[in-house]
Design a protein around this ligand. Structure first.
Ligand code: NAG
Ligand code: NAG
Length: 390
């Protein structure tokens, strides 16, 4: 459409060139009048055809181009050059940036630390999934009434097409995704991609990684205040002796990573904006993990845990906010179904651990839990009000 319009403007110029030339060679009034009429007529025709093109061009392109949904919100965006264009919440998560371009863009950090506008800090809930979100109705209820304090990002298998209705909090929250496999570097790539997309919204201050089998354990205000008032980010990170801990360290990673720096931990993290930027901008540790941490070194259990412990040990709580039950043994944690969901189950879960919160003993240690089977949803919806408070 653009190039066509340019061509038309060119032909208008061409018209005035013709006029000047004609005046020079045939200076009689009649001929001048004739050409003036000719030009007016020509202009008229070109204006009509331009509008016709605009009208029919858009009309006929609409059904063919599947990305019409991308075009629409752009028209609604504020067009001014004010601060809004830098701080507004991106209205559309689809972009055509490569990972390299995205990570670069996401690593921008303002050097002036006071915001010249009222910034309400949001929590970015980042769902790392294969596709469907069976717990969506529970999350929907969890988020209800707290608009403006959260944003949602969903990474799926690249082929998955989400079909959430416009009324859903998950509607159009899918980010451009790629294949992610457990234990492989592409899993960490997906997590960095989620962080980078979420960093594009300047109001996102905290970033939580969740899976499709995760559920919230407390109401939104409880979760928000717990995270907002914490001195630390909740990254599970510990030094484990033996084959499954230090045994996975490769000494070729030195001197950037020594064996005493090697950490292990559960994948499901919560980080603040400062740590999120550290993760997306990392060029020091990434190549080492990519080359030297391959199964049976499971990179999602070591990369961010080790890297952040070296870079920002004082910002880490060294524990996860997500409960998981390994007590049944085996390589995978327990999955809870319909018959597990009782008030007793939650009572036990809430009392299962004591921890430190801002260096003080606390019994509120977990804000989320996994893994829950789709069959558990109805029971969860039934007990949510009573045991979780939403
Ligand atoms: C690893 O050890 C070397 C030699 O002692 C030291 O120079 C380097 O700073 C250490 N690396 C880290 C991340 O502490
Ligand atoms: C977490 O572990 C690091 C060492 O990796 C330590 O420096 C830091 O103090 C620990 N954080 C807390 C809250 O204890």
């Amino acid at each position: 459409m653009h190039s066509r319009l340019v061509v038309m403007e060119d032909s208008k110029d061409f018209g005035s060139v013709v006029r000047i030339n004609q005046m020079r060679y045939y200076p009689t009034m009649r001929i001048l009048q004739f050409f003036l009429m000719f030009i007016v007529l020509g202009l008229g025709v070109s204006i009509i055809s331009m509008n016709t093109f605009r009208y029919f061009g858009v009309r006929s392109a609409a059904p063919v181009v599947p990305s019409v949904s991308i075009v629409q919100p752009r028209l609604e965006e504020p067009s001014g050059n004010g601060i809004d264009s830098w701080i507004k919440t991106p209205s559309d998560l689809l972009h055509s940036m490569s990972d390299q371009e995205l990570l670069w863009r996401a690593s921008f950090v303002p050097q002036v630390k006071e915001y010249p506008f009222k910034r309400v800090s949001k929590i970015a809930f980042m769902f790392l999934t294969k596709g469907p979100l069976p717990m969506a109705p529970l999350w929907q209820r969890f988020f209800k009434g707290h608009e403006g304090l959260y944003s949602i990002y969903v990474h799926t298998a690249p082929s998955y097409v989400a079909d959430f209705p416009p009324s859903s909090v998950f509607y159009r929250r899918q980010i451009p995704s790629q294949v992610a496999e457990w234990g492989e570097m592409n899993m960490c790539d997906a997590e960095r991609r989620l962080l980078a997309n979420a960093l594009l919204d300047i109001s996102n201050e905290w970033f939580i990684l969740l899976s499709e089998s995760c559920v919230p354990l407390h109401s939104f205000p409880t979760v928000y205040h717990y995270i907002a008032r914490s001195r630390y980010s909740f990254v599970d990170s510990f030094d484990e002796q033996g084959p499954y801990g230090r045994g996975r360290y490769n000494r070729k990673m030195a001197p950037e990573i020594n064996i005493t720096d090697w950490r292990k931990g559960y994948q499901w993290f919560e980080v603040n904006r400062e740590l999120a930027v550290k993760i997306v901008k990392d060029k020091t540790y990434y190549p080492l993990f990519k080359e030297f941490c391959r199964p049976a070194c499971y990179v999602d259990e070591h990369y961010f845990q080790t890297m952040l412990s070296i870079e920002s040990p004082n910002l880490l709580a060294n524990r996860s906010l997500t409960f998981v039950d390994w007590s049944r043994g085996g390589a995978h944690p327990a999955t809870f179904g319909k018959y597990d969901i009782t008030e007793e189950f939650f009572k036990k879960l809430f009392e299962s651990k004591r921890c430190l919160y801002n260096d003080q003993p606390s019994s509120l240690c977990f804000l989320f839990a996994r893994k829950f089977a789709p069959s558990a949803l109805d029971r969860l919806l039934e007990v949510a009000q009573k045991v979780m408070g939403f």
